[in-house]
Design a protein around this ligand. Structure first.
Ligand code: AHR
Length: 624
């Protein structure tokens, strides 16, 4: 089998700067209890919605009913989230109903345990009111309340706390426990109200509230865009539960939070529209905002009544891009970002093309946005890969979830797409079902083949991203996912590692390749040239997927190169494979299926290599 690469730069074609990026959806507790480093779940006791009694889960009471009663009421100082927690403490440090030595109160276990690490600092903030003098202990303890990792006592007279008072404490952990909880306890009789209880590690990515270890998995992909915040999360089962950007901005204490009824969990919306834009900026990547266009899974706004939603989207654009004197731009500035965010892409809805009001609504959004922001690129939900769209768009969405064979065969999916018209945004792709399990090598190899096809068709593909990006292993709403984590551990699935092979492709030059094989359908390949941003050297990267079950002896012929223009030193081979094609990574074996790099023994115009069965290989050749 021979792979011929036309290696002369002049014959290459530019790959879009934006080709490979990421899609972040609030699914699987990807954000709340994941990328967003807030440790307290349901910090405003609001998970039941605005009515009381509210759902305070996962908060629990410390002490029995002869010692303490708790209930929710609507006395909070925050207008958009009125629910507060009322604790009626019946015991005291003296008298005939003595409190236990450790006190009574409430605790929050976070999202399946808080990761508290020795020597690290945690900022605890909460709002409190009290009928009597206050003596409240704030502590980080083991999962059963035993063991004091860090604590602080807040005291004051009844007068000091007769109105809602903000308390802020930095706790320094004396030990490590990955499954800790936050407790608020007292041994003083009286009534105490609590609201908006937060605990955040001080050490977050660029100080902006993101879990550093998870962000570092993203930076390794060198993403050129981030699509957010969903997915179905944007649509909702019902419109009333869709993500609404205005409810997610402003001071965190004032955000109402909402129940995401597709993935069935409450979010405090600490990770809101502003934070997504900040994340994009911190990653040095282009934000792509997906907004609800009046269509959910089960209800829709008529096109005749959609203008308020159009205005909501325009306001969102003003929030991101308006100057600091504009109404919404001034809120952004007040939140800490006076300069506009570089928002240049929006997607109107998610997977809504077939729905009754989609086209009508879409056109209202399209014309309003284009007239206010002519440079903004607008993405339609309707697939234009096989026939032209019947409406204007700068890009169209293409989603594919399928089995491994079908995904691999889609290496050719865009070969016959019209070269005119809007380009594709493959904003969600993944092998799912039994071929994928919770992240198999088989799924990843099929995706590698598909991505090679996208790279080769990048004259009609503008962007591509895998989905979903993250899963908290304690709440798997969707399998598989690229990055698996819990409170303190994480690993990439083979699908994640496949994406790393493409991290140099955006903005690179695509070289033409041809494969001569007896039966070429189990092998696909592509080649690019790029300059490495670290060592500043120029490389040729040849990627080969062997989807078949036998090793292939491959002759790689590099045409059009000057003699001796390759350098052995630094030239490498990187292989992703495993003993069994259904192998997966796990917390206990996070590196079972990861790329292994080795130095090449020789490089030249003609190279004979062996490509293992069921593998993905990249040959990185240094140019002199
Ligand atoms: O990626 C998971 C879901 O798949 C997304 O929310 C949705 O867009 C698609 O159906």
């Amino acid at each position: 089998t021979t792979l011929t690469v036309n290696a002369s730069d002049a014959s290459g074609k530019p790959i879009p700067e934006t080709l490979f990026g990421i899609f972040f959806e609030e699914i699987n507790h990807a954000g709340a209890g994941g990328l967003w480093a807030e440790l307290v779940s349901n910090r405003g006791f609001e998970a039941g919605g605005p009515n009381t009694p509210s759902n305070i889960d996962p908060w629990s009471i410390i002490g029995n009913e002869s010692l303490i009663n708790i209930e929710t009421d609507r006395t909070s100082c925050f207008d958009r989230n009125k629910v507060a927690l009322r604790l009626e403490v019946l015991c005291d440090s003296k008298g005939d109903n003595i409190c236990p030595a450790d006190g009574v109160g409430v605790y929050n276990p976070g999202f399946w345990g808080m990761n508290i690490e020795q020597g690290k600092k945690y900022k605890v903030v909460f709002y409190v009111r009290s009928t009597e003098s206050l003596n409240l202990t704030v502590s980080l303890t083991g999962s059963n309340g035993v063991g004091n990792l860090a604590s602080s006592v807040i005291t004051g007279s009844a007068l000091d706390f007769s109105n809602w008072t903000k308390v802020e404490k930095i706790l320094v952990a004396k030990a490590t426990d990955h499954n800790s909880r936050l407790q608020l306890t007292t041994t003083t009789k009286g009534v105490i109200w609590l609201d908006q209880v937060s605990a955040m590690p001080l050490d977050t990515y660029k100080g902006h509230g993101f879990r550093t270890d998870l962000v570092e998995m993203l930076t390794a992909l060198k993403p050129r865009f981030i699509r957010f915040p969903g997915g179905c999360f944007v649509e909702g089962e019902w419109l009333r539960n869709a993500f609404r950007w205005k409810a997610s901005v402003g001071p965190w204490e004032e955000r109402p939070g909402h129940f995401g009824d597709v993935w069935m969990y409450w979010t405090d919306d600490g990770l809101g529209y502003y934070e997504f834009l900040q994340l994009a900026e911190d990653l040095g990547t282009a934000p792509i905002w997906v907004f609800n266009n009046g269509v959910s899974h089960n209800d829709q706004v008529d096109t005749s009544a959609v203008l308020p939603l159009v205005q909501e989207a325009l306001d969102g654009l003003e929030f991101a891009r308006g100057d600091r004197t504009s109404k919404w731009g001034s809120l952004r500035a007040a939140m800490g970002h006076p300069a506009p965010f570089d928002l240049r892409y929006v997607a109107v809805g998610n997977e809504d093309c077939g729905k009754k009001n989609y086209r009508g609504n879409y056109l209202k959004f399209y014309s309003a946005i284009k007239s206010a922001y002519p440079d903004i690129q607008i993405i339609s939900n309707c697939d234009g890969s096989s026939r032209p769209l019947d409406h204007p768009a700068d890009m169209y969405d293409y989603h594919v979830y399928t089995n491994a064979n079908d995904m691999f065969s889609r290496a050719n999916a865009f070969d016959h797409t019209s070269r005119n018209g809007p380009k594709a945004f493959v904003s969600e792709y993944a092998v799912t079902g039994k071929d994928a399990g919770t992240g198999s090598l088989l799924a990843a190899l099929a995706e590698a083949g598909f991505l090679i096809g996208l790279e080769k068709n990048s004259d009609v593909i503008q962007m591509a991203s895998y989905a979903p990006l993250f899963v908290n292993a304690n709440d798997r709403r969707w399998n598989p996912d690229a990055i698996v984590f819990n409170s303190f551990q994480l690993y990439g699935t083979p699908s994640y590692w496949v994406q790393v092979f493409f991290s140099e492709s955006s903005g690179a030059t695509l070289l033409s390749t041809s494969l001569q094989a007896p039966s070429s359908n189990s092998l696909v390949a592509s080649a690019i040239t790029f300059q490495n941003s670290v060592d500043k050297k120029n490389y040729i990267r040849i990627k080969v997927v062997n989807f078949g079950t036998t090793a292939v002896n491959l002759k790689i012929s590099l045409d059009g190169l000057e003699p001796n223009s390759l350098q052995l030193s630094g030239s490498t081979k990187t292989v992703l494979t495993s003993a069994n094609v259904m192998d997966e990574n796990s917390f206990s074996q996070p590196k079972k299926v990861v790329p292994i790099q080795s130095l090449l023994q020789n490089v030249g115009k003609d190279m004979n290599v062996t490509v293992p069965p069921r593998s993905f290989t990249s040959f990185d050749l240094v140019k002199q």
